[in-house]
Design a protein around this ligand. Sequence first.
Ligand code: BG6
Ligand code: MG
Length: 227
Amino acid sequence: MVADDPKVFIFDLDGVITDTSEFHYLAWKKLASEIGIQIDRNFNEQLKGIGRIESLNRILELDQTNKQRTADELEALATRKNMHYQELINSLGSANILPGIETLLKEIRANNIKIALGSSSRNAKAVLEQLGLIQYFDYLVDAAKVTKGKPNPETFTTAADYFNIPYDQCVGIEDAASGVEALNQAAMFSVGVGDVAYLGEADYVVRDTSQLNFSEIIRKYQQWMAV
Ligand code: BG6
Ligand code: MG
C-alpha cells in the first residue's frame, strides 16, 4: 500500500459479489403477481439497492386498486417476499460468485487495504457465508441498523467511520444507481458495475465484474484524487 492508495474498499453485495439481484427480482415479481401487480426488469432497476419495505412501497404504488394496507399487512407482505427470496438462495454456493470477484478480494487484501460490505440486505451475512467469502471481510455494515438506506450515504459512511478513514480514501463498488448516488454523496470514489445508461453518475464504470481489475481501479482512483 502506498500513501495515495485508498484505505478501504466497500463492496455492495447483490449484483456485485453475486447475482442475487436476479433472485430479489424474481421474489418481488412473484409476491407482486400474488397481489395482482405486474413488474418487469425495467421497473426493477429502481428497486436495486433499496431496502425491503421501501421496495414494497414502490411496488404497491403501482397498485391500480389503491388498496390501503396496515403496517402489519405490509410487514406480512415483506416477510412473504423474503421467504420467496430465501427459497431461491437456498442452494447458493461458491459457483454463484461473480467472475473476477474473489481475485479482486485477494488482491485488495494482499495490498493491506481493508474490505467492508455495504449492502442494504438483511440477508447479507448469510449470503457471504454461503458463498464462502466471509473471511475476506474486515467489517460488515448491518443493514438492520442503518436508519437511512441508499441513496442516502449512511450505509457507506458507517463502514468508513468504523475504520476511522476519511471518505475520499474509500472506494465503493456498486451495481445500482441508488448505490452510486450514495457513494457520490459521501464523496467516495464510486465504481459502477453494469450498464452505463443507469450508472453514468459513477466515477468509473465497468460493464461487468470480470472487468474489475485492481490496478486499473487504483489508477482511476489516483486520477480522481488528483483532480
Ligand atoms: C439490496 C438489493 O442489496 O438489498 C435489493 O439490491 C433488496 O434488491 C435489498 O431489496 C434488501 O434486501 P433484503 O435481503 O434485506 O430483503
Ligand atoms: Mg446491488
